[in-house]
Write a new protein. Structure first.
Length: 452
């Protein structure tokens, strides 16, 4: 169709709507003159443009420097907060009791949240994404849903405006995905809990003002039935934090936390005592959804950067992209990324259209398997991109900046929120359970079989 007038093509019904740089596979295909799959309306397009403009102007030029420095300036969070974007990351509905009416003029849905993470992740920096959302997305929802009214009023508005920082503190030196075996304790003495224990690999912990902490209020033999959630505040005596040195996500503030006889008011209990495990599990689907959104864009960044580099780098008298083996690598990356994005959109649609209780019950397995898919694809794309970039992928900064950084950050996406091994097992067990429930319903009501 070379030489055709775009207006003429549009009159013929040919889609000529584009957004972005139009690098092949550099964006979801509905950005690149493919038809809208039906999930997105004009509000999604406006949000996409708003976030992209902000990222290009405010984030991209600085993200390498922030990563090297190990910290993101607080005013960056506050700028994003001023755009009205942060409340979008804590689930549905919009928390208007604490954030007011949505300044964007509509009630955001899960596809708005997908676009937000996707556009922010074009930075190719897990440190920036974890720094921005690693505490807020997982640390605030339990407070927002189950804390006492006075605690919500004191904590939520400041966190949503980025005046304060919150994080989730579950993982310990000896327990991560095995949540039921956490050892940090909270013993009630009068109108306080006395908290003792350690937490490790806590994202945003070094910056945090508030910690949503999983503690054992029952005995060790109670397992998951003896866990509770408490809101611990950094100003409370006995709270100690130190930044950990990790392979990647340097600007996200990965932290080791020690609690030594910390007195926490009983009013800071989130939900009911010994009901913490249910709240933690309830929080996981949304956390994993966010990780998936970020991770697949990181894979796409590896692909886009590789394609751009392969078109300008020459070896043996021709551009890299003219070598069969390089095109094969790019094609393999593209088919993985595109297939994974389609699955991600499907899960987003289910989140959007299911009742919350139904989504919690049905999507645990799907979301767990999608997380594995996203992180395995990311690992593959990071490796292949490094092979295409060669020595530049081993050098911090410069042409290979994003690829070098993302290679260090694969594990930061694959392990948090549930390791791949745990997710694969959970995915099968949960999906089997749902299938058995459906079979039981059909057995009790044979007339439903045709409908199902």
């Amino acid at each position: 169709m070379a030489g055709f007038d775009p207006k003429m093509l549009a009159k013929m019904g040919v889609n000529v709507s584009t957004f972005g740089d139009m690098n092949a596979f550099g964006d979801p295909n509905w950005y690149q003159a493919f038809n809208n799959p039906g999930f997105y309306n004009n509000t999604h397009k406006v949000l996409r443009a708003t976030v992209r403009e902000f990222v290009e102007a405010e984030i991209m030029p600085n993200v390498h420097e922030w990563d090297e420095a190990g910290v993101i300036p607080q005013e960056v969070y506050q700028k994003i907060g001023s755009l009205g974007l942060l409340p979008m990351t804590v689930g549905r509905p919009w928390p208007k009791e604490f954030a007011g009416e949505c300044p964007l003029g509509y009630e955001p849905d899960y596809f708005h949240e997908l676009i937000l993470y996707d556009e922010l992740s074009r930075t190719g920096s897990g440190g920036f994404l974890w720094g921005l959302a690693g505490g807020l997305v997982i640390g605030l929802p339990p407070v927002l849903k189950w804390a006492q009214p006075d605690v919500k009023k004191r904590v939520v508005p400041d966190v949503l405006k980025a005046n304060k920082v919150i994080c989730l503190a579950i993982t310990e030196p000896t327990a991560g995905s095995d949540v039921a075996n956490l050892k940090a304790t909270a013993v009630q003495e009068g109108d306080h809990y006395i908290v003792n224990g350690e937490k490790k690999w806590i994202t945003n912990g070094i910056f945090a003002d508030f910690f949503t902490v999983a503690v054992r209020t029952g005995s060790a033999k109670d397992g998951m039935k003896g866990l509770s959630l408490l809101l611990v505040e950094k100003t409370m005596p006995g709270v100690k934090t130190r930044k950990m040195k990790c392979s990647g996500v340097w600007s996200s503030g990965t932290t080791y936390i020690t609690f030594e006889d910390v007195k926490v008011p009983v009013g800071n209990l989130i939900g009911k005592e010994n009901q913490g495990f249910k709240m933690i599990m309830n929080n996981f689907n949304h956390e994993r959804f966010a990780i998936c959104c970020m991770t697949n864009r990181f894979s796409r960044v590896c692909l886009e950067e590789s394609l751009k580099f392969a078109n300008k780098r020459k070896t043996f008298g021709k551009a890299l992209v003219q070598h069969d083996v390089i095109r094969w690598k790019l094609a393999e990356m593209a088919r993985h990324v595109e297939a994974t994005h389609a699955w991600l959109e499907n899960v987003t649609y289910q989140l959007q259209t299911m009742h919350h209780m139904e989504a919690t019950m049905k999507l645990g397995g799907s979301t767990a398997l999608l997380k594995v898919q996203c992180t395995k694809v990311f690992e593959y794309c990071a490796r292949e991109a490094a092979q295409i970039f060669g020595g530049l992928s081993y050098t911090r900064g410069g042409q290979g900046e994003k690829v070098e950084r993302l290679n260090r950050e694969v594990r930061a996406m694959a392990v948090p929120g549930g390791s791949e091994e745990i997710m694969l097992d959970l995915g099968i067990r949960q999906s089997k359970k749902i299938a058995e429930m459906a079979q039981k319903i059909i057995g009790q009501n044979p007339q439903l079989q045709a409908k199902l």
